[in-house]
Design a protein around this ligand. Structure first.
Ligand SMILES: [Zn+2]
Length: 170
């Protein structure tokens, strides 16, 4: 590692330490660097509260409607590729002080070593390829499968498009 990189790493470490110390009671820094309320919310609690309203939890206002929540409710909390299942939600926000940076629930699975894996909402046909925002074009993927898919999506979509072109010819 270069000296510059090491210095930058040290600086970031100090910044995180300062942030960690300034956090209010019951809050911590998640492994992904979100500010987290130290409570694991059961899946059914979050899914049962989805709707056009806000919850107030420990003084934090939480908007309870989003395509992401709707996807978890309708398409399930398991990864469509590897099958790993979400275990709990955590109430989190990014650590920047941006006003749009709101508290939201993130769904986590645990891998075989007990490490948290963030679950995501994925567009089956990417928006950039004309895929819509409808619930039928959404699926739940763990971050690991989502990243793998990201690398392969071109070929999958092109293959699908190729099949359509073939069909048109017939
Ligand atoms: Zn997966």
């Amino acid at each position: 590692m270069s000296r510059k990189k090491r210095r930058r790493g040290k600086k970031l470490g100090k910044m995180l330490e300062r942030l960690r110390r300034s956090l209010p009671k019951r809050h911590s820094l998640s492994p992904l660097g979100y500010i987290r309320l130290n409570i694991k919310y059961p899946i059914h609690f979050v899914l049962a509260n989805i709707g056009h309203h806000r919850l107030v939890l420990f003084g934090h206002k939480v908007k309870m409607w989003s395509k992401r929540y709707e996807n978890f409710a309708k398409n399930g909390i398991a990864c469509a590729h590897c099958g790993i299942r979400g275990r709990y939600f955590c109430l989190e926000r990014h650590c920047s002080n941006d006003e749009r940076n709101a508290w939201h629930f993130n769904l986590y699975a645990l891998d075989k070593d007990g490490k948290e894996v963030l679950m995501t909402k994925d567009h089956i046909i990417p928006k950039s390829k004309g895929g819509g925002n409808s619930i039928e074009n959404l699926q739940t993927l763990c971050t690991i499968c989502n990243e793998k898919k990201g690398n392969k999506i071109e070929s999958v979509v092109l293959k699908r498009k190729g099949q359509e072109d073939e069909r048109k010819k017939i």
